[in-house]
Ligand binder design. Structure first.
Ligand SMILES: *[C@@H]1O[C@H](CO)[C@@H](O)[C@H](O)[C@H]1NC(C)=O
Ligand SMILES: *[C@@H]1O[C@H](CO)[C@@H](O)[C@H](O)[C@H]1NC(C)=O
Length: 440
């Protein structure tokens, strides 16, 4: 119940009084009394939402940080993309025995010398992160080679890291898992596969990825697959290969809907975005993209697509890479807020979230240097006066939870309708020149 929007007073404006939980519970006489007490208390201290909000925007940084912290205690902050697993491969060859994630990695070589390192357990806690999608990313060079194997190895390292730091890190694969883990005060590990090349055009591989915990697939990374164009085809002088999704690519999306795996459109071409939005019966996400109207990068989402995302009830999780915020190497917390506000203005407050891209970017905004920065971002947004507590909760995680919940509902409905797994795989010889001969 803690995740329902509170239409009366918000518990974040009345310290330590769990009004939301009381109001949401079955109203026994005991609860009525508790609620009355709460309302009287609220009246006594003059708390009502509009006044509280006016005060908040003028509050000191310390007070705004306190409100931010309370928001993130009440709802899990879900970040859509973090590239730590690839750095663990690069720096440690996936050997976790010497990896001390509970240390301050700013003091530990080689992390301390890397501009690409922004994540450790203490900073995740300081950032009040409730759920982190870890990218199981493998480079496009692996396409048509060993992409499937490398992807499984990256999923393995995410799962082993999570096991090693259990329960501080807990593997989550459902909305229920995220809520429970957040209530227990731990950080969810969620797994996303970044790039359709990891499938080797095989729906059996897609299904197997789901079964080992993968909950989103980014349809492409920085290369076209045999069934989808990536964002590079939108760059000047580049040419489309498939003009969006092929027939098989559309079946990938449908199979993801059937499984309950989220369709991630960061990195894809505009035509692929539109094809996927037309085919998907579940809301889609952009796990780490910003607004093209503010920085004309093909990795960002154009306004006309933002409007389609709103109709799809999907979500754009804003990337903090300076090159996507300002199209330059420098940016500030104000720039990140500008993208958040723009996406909110065009797509609505239900369709904006956070997917900073830490550990996969080397230029971060001043004031948002690493995973500990989310409360500072929220304090900044409170200071603008444009965000009330309910909006902040949506941005933090309620929007993501709604999207994942809807994807779970689509999955359950397709199961009830008896829709079988799709079996029309792309012919092997078409996609890979090193498959076993004559096996099928
Ligand atoms: C954005 O960049 C693309 C090419 O990369 C160009 O075709 C387009 O005109 C640019 N849009 C704006 C508004 O500058
Ligand atoms: C695949 O292998 C065959 C036989 O060795 C070769 O003739 C062909 O050029 C290869 N195709 C590709 C795309 O590498």
């Amino acid at each position: 119940m803690g995740y329902e929007p509170c239409t009366h007073a918000s518990p974040t404006t009345v310290s330590n009084i769990p009004l939301l939980y009381v109001a949401g519970a079955a109203l026994s006489s005991k609860h009525w009394i508790a609620m009355l007490v709460v309302l009287l208390l609220a009246a006594a201290v003059g708390v009502c939402v509009p006044i509280a909000l006016r005060v908040q925007s003028e509050a000191s940084l310390e007070e705004r940080l306190e409100i931010a912290t309370r928001v993130l205690r009440e709802v899990p902050l879900v970040d859509g993309h973090n590239d730590l697993p690839w750095n663990i491969r690069k720096f440690l060859h996936n050997r976790l025995r010497d990896f001390r994630f509970s240390d301050d990695l700013r003091q530990v070589s080689p992390w301390s010398q890397s501009a690409w390192s922004h994540t450790d357990l203490p900073r995740l806690r300081a950032g009040r992160v409730g759920a982190q999608f870890w990218a199981a990313y493998v480079p496009c060079e692996a396409q048509f080679r060993d992409a499937v194997q490398l992807t499984l190895e990256q999923i393995d390292v995410i799962r082993r890291l999570t096991d090693k730091y259990k329960p501080s890190l807990t593997l989550c694969t459902s909305v229920a898992d995220i809520k429970t883990t957040h209530a227990d005060g731990h950080v969810c590990s969620l797994i996303g596969v970044e790039g359709g090349h990891s499938l080797a055009s095989s729906l059996p591989v897609l299904r197997t990825l789901y079964s080992v915990g993968v909950r989103y697939l980014t349809l492409t990374s920085t290369c076209n697959t045999p069934w989808a164009d990536c964002s590079l085809v939108d760059n000047p002088g580049a040419k489309a290969q498939h003009h969006g999704l092929t027939a098989f690519g559309k079946n990938v999306v449908k199979e993801m809907n059937r499984l309950g795996m989220l369709v991630d459109l960061s990195h894809v071409s505009v035509r692929t975005m539109k094809d996927a939005l037309a085919v998907s019966t579940a809301p889609v996400i952009f796990s780490h993209s910003s607004a093209r109207a503010l920085c004309n990068s093909s990795r960002n989402v154009p306004d006309h697509v933002l409007k389609l995302v709103a109709l799809n009830r999907g979500l754009v999780m804003v990337n903090f890479y300076s090159q996507f915020l300002t199209c330059r190497d420098v940016s500030t917390v104000e720039d990140a807020a500008a993208h958040i506000n723009h996406i909110r203005k065009v797509a609505g407050v239900e369709s904006v979230g956070l997917g900073a891209g830490y550990d996969g970017i080397n230029f971060t905004p001043q004031g948002l240097e690493d995973v500990s920065s989310y409360p500072a971002l929220f304090a900044h947004l409170i200071g603008t006066g444009l965000w009330d507590v309910e909006d902040l909760k949506k941005l933090a995680g309620l929007n993501f939870l709604r999207v994942m919940e809807e994807a779970e509902r689509v999955r359950d409905a397709m199961l009830n309708e008896g829709i079988p797994p799709y079996e029309d795989d792309a012919p092997r010889q078409q996609i890979n020149n090193c498959t076993s001969p004559h096996l099928f």
